[in-house]
Design a protein around this ligand. Sequence first.
Ligand SMILES: NC(=O)c1ccc[n+]([C@@H]2O[C@H](COP(=O)([O-])OP(=O)(O)OC[C@H]3O[C@@H](n4cnc5c(N)ncnc54)[C@H](O)[C@@H]3O)[C@@H](O)[C@H]2O)c1
Length: 235
Amino acid sequence: MTRNGTIAITGAAGGIGIATVRCVQAAGLRAAALDLNPVAEADLSHALDLADEEAIARAFEAIGPLAGLVCIAGTNARGRVEDLPWETWRHVMAVNVRGTMLAMKHASPRLADGASIVLTSSVSAHIGTDGYVAYHTSKGAVLGLMRAASGEFAERGVRVNAVSPGWVDTPFTDRALAELPDGEAIRAAAGAAHLLGRMAQPGEIAEAIMFLLSDEASFVTGTELIVDGGFLRKR
Ligand SMILES: NC(=O)c1ccc[n+]([C@@H]2O[C@H](COP(=O)([O-])OP(=O)(O)OC[C@H]3O[C@@H](n4cnc5c(N)ncnc54)[C@H](O)[C@@H]3O)[C@@H](O)[C@H]2O)c1
């Protein structure tokens, strides 16, 4: 990543997304947001649905040259193998996997040599939670996509990595817990599920993303940075 330029950020209106916009700007870079919702704080904001390839193509054309791409947009949905509606499966895959792939595809011709791509997976790629089959599958797919793409982009000196958070205190978590009858009890237990005894704040994930974007990570590609406060270690 150059020390100046533009970083495109999908999901920039969300908890981890807006924290990343702020870190990018604090580092002297421009933040270009791509999200269902506009992001007033960003230097450029494109309100779009990541299921819409034409809208993504238009947005990247308007944004222009890139020093980096961060794919944060994601969605979750409940459903077990035997009863998950296909529409729900398709939607989760459309945002978490296809949306990530399309952002990489249309960012690709605009990425400078030495640019960095950061995808967002989850500790959910490494564990199972009953009743969230689409989400867990999608986050495993993001790791596969990261590994596959990292070789192709390496030919141009572009690095590709993924960050995998544990629980993060964001609207995403609030919505997931609100759907559960025992959501508040689960929230109380969630912190204790991490070695550090709490959920992450969104800025802590954004800082890990900044490391992967930065020249300090110049020899880091094709890998996953787990930022989970010891969640996987504690299981
Ligand atoms: N919050 C957590 O505990 C947690 C844990 C592990 C991984 N993650 C991952 O981190 C990422 C961000 O999570 P967050 O907690 O900031 O969530 P969030 O819900 O606060 O933000 C997600 C953003 O993605 C955007 N988005 C969703 N669908 C979209 C679409 N079709 N087109 C464009 N934008 C769309 C939303 O508008 C929102 O701004 C997600 O990929 C999530 O899976 C979150």
